[in-house]
Design a protein around this ligand. Structure first.
Ligand SMILES: [Zn+2]
Length: 208
């Protein structure tokens, strides 16, 4: 992946050894994406990973854990979240123009107007992105905003930097930073359907 930077930084005394491995960071993110998906069919996700554009879509398998969960929780599709995704991308553009070391959580918190200590301390609350009003018609929960952000990263429309550090022999830390939006992201977002799924009980509370 061209846009993603991956740093393996080993702090061996004063010697800071940094290695780039773009493919490694990509794989790391894909594994995390695969593991954290709640209601997406595992077989569909794997099929999408290996598919070509011309391949027909694969039906849900109805046997994997996520398919079982979807049935159990009476999971329903939300309407297309495209307009909310556009808003989210604007948040990222605005933040990356004015701040550095923006975490995925920071993006989510700004878009959802979270009143956290970090928002105040890092002065995100004073930013135009935070003060703007958003419609957020479909991405009504932080979890859904997180899912949309993960999709933007997976589709390489938003650039994420993965920083792996080994502060000592026994520990490895991993930090993710949002770096920016790809120039032609808009047309790809427009072409795609942004469908998210929530359990039937959540649907009743947050959507009509
Ligand atoms: Zn399945």
């Amino acid at each position: 992946m061209q846009n993603l930077n991956y740093w393996l930084a080993r702090n061996s005394r004063e010697n800071l050894d940094i290695a780039h491995d773009l493919a490694g960071a990509r794989k790391l993110f894909e594994v995390q994406y695969f593991c954290s998906a709640k209601y997406k069919c595992r077989q569909q996700m794997i099929a999408q990973h290996y598919s070509w554009n011309s391949d027909p879509p694969v039906d849900p398998c109805n046997t994997c854990d996520n398919c079982m969960n979807s049935l159990l929780h009476n999971v329903q599709n939300l309407p297309d979240a495209k307009n909310d995704v556009f808003e989210l991308v604007e948040v990222i553009r605005s933040l990356t123009d004015h701040f550095s070391e923006i975490t995925p959580q920071n993006v989510i918190d700004v878009y959802t107007h979270a009143k956290t200590k970090e928002m105040k301390e890092k002065r995100f609350t004073e930013s135009a992105a935070y003060q703007r009003q958003y419609r957020r018609k479909v991405l009504s929960t932080k979890e859904l905003v997180h899912a949309a952000l993960d999709d933007l990263i997976l589709l390489e429309l938003v650039e994420q930097q993965t920083v792996l550090q080994r502060p000592n022999e026994h520990h490895l830390t991993c930090n993710m930073y949002i770096r920016g939006v790809k120039g032609d992201a808009k047309s790809t977002i427009e072409r795609r359907e942004w469908v998210y799924r929530v359990s039937g009980s959540k649907l009743k509370h947050s959507h009509r």
